[in-house]
Design a protein around this ligand. Structure first.
Ligand code: HEC
Ligand code: HEC
Length: 265
């Protein structure tokens, strides 16, 4: 073939045209893929995408109240950098305990076992999970009239100290309700491959999941149900990569209630 031959002084016109055609097709193809990923895939995952980068997603922000106060639509300001992990690891549990007795015990209990079912337990949660939620409330990435006000009064060092205190306490003891339907236990422990649903326990087990994952066993069932509904409805959007939003949206309302009852108290 003429265009395979070693350096021809002038490529034939048809080879030249063919080269341009392929080059144009490749550019058009890449552009299309970029647009699809930017506008549809990333945007649909609630991460802003091109519309976010262009500042076109304010309407979305206003509707999704939790992120309304925050420019852009990243799920959180917390990144697991070495500096953040060190700040959290350096948290002083003794200082955290003093602060907790003043400002948290009334709802979450002195040791992080909540005084009423309306409040989540903090005892035994990983430091990273507690710190991240406090930071997210403070920045408005997670909504709660009570907790946003509480968290905005804390420094990052306070948050790390409080995380150190509650993480060291003994968690509420429960392992799945004994009377849970077999299909719910199956979903929790093995997921559902047909729907592409990963097992809850792959991330929420006693062995722990990705950094910042809270344990769910032993939380008040009503709290767990409320959080799953919020993820599914997109009123809680502070989960990195939209992981929990994707999972929660795949569950039926009956499964949400039953999973909350299975894990919760
Ligand atoms: C007046 C009651 C009240 C007080 C005081 C309070 N909290 Fe909360 N806390 C709540 C409620 C209610 C929620 C759940 C809010 C929601 O739905 O997001 C919560 C949620 C949390 C969460 C998220 C838990 C999870 O599993 O995601 C953390 C962490 C937390 N609080 C820490 C604290 C700390 C630390 C203090 C003290 C500095 C404190 N709270 C003071 C009521 C309170
Ligand atoms: C791939 C890991 C992963 C899987 C699988 C997973 N989760 Fe989660 N889940 C997380 C992470 C990470 C968070 C914390 C999100 C954040 O940063 O706010 C979370 C948060 C939650 C919360 C809120 C807890 C709290 O204290 O506020 C509930 C409830 C929950 N998950 C239930 C479930 C259930 C039920 C399933 C199974 C149907 C499940 N999760 C599957 C990673 C996972």
């Amino acid at each position: 073939m003429a265009d395979d031959a070693p350096p021809a002084p002038l490529p034939s016109q048809s080879a030249n045209r063919r080269w341009r055609l392929w080059a144009s097709a490749a550019v058009a193809g890449f552009t299309l893929v970029a647009v699809v990923i930017g506008f549809f895939v990333i945007s649909s995952r609630g991460e802003g995408g091109v519309t976010g980068a262009l500042g076109l997603d304010h309407v979305h922000d206003v509707q999704g109240a939790p992120t309304a106060a925050v420019p852009g639509s990243l799920p959180t300001q917390v990144a697991w950098t070495a500096a953040t992990l060190k700040l959290i690891a350096d948290g002083d549990g003794a200082a955290g305990r003093t602060l907790a007795l003043q400002s948290c015990a009334g709802c979450h209990g002195e040791t992080g076992i909540a005084v009423a079912a309306a409040f989540p337990n903090l005892a035994g949660q990983p430091r990273t999970a507690i710190f991240k939620q406090l930071r997210d409330y403070a920045s408005g990435h997670r909504a709660s009239p009570i907790m946003v006000a509480v968290a905005q009064g804390l420094s990052e060092v306070d948050m790390a100290d409080l995380a150190g205190h509650f993480a060291a306490e003994t968690p509420a003891t429960t392992v799945g309700a004994a009377d849970a339907p077999a299909a719910i236990v199956e979903l929790a422990l093995n997921g559902d491959t047909a729907r592409g649903l990963p097992p809850c326990s792959s991330c929420h087990s006693a062995r722990g999941g990705p950094v910042g994952t809270p344990p769910i066993a032993g939380q008040p069932a009503a709290y767990l149900e409320q959080q799953l509904i919020a993820f599914a409805a997109g009123t809680r959007t502070n989960d990195i990569y939209g992981l929990m939003r994707v999972v929660a949206a795949m569950l039926t309302p009956a499964e949400v209630t039953a999973l909350a009852a299975y894990y919760g108290n």
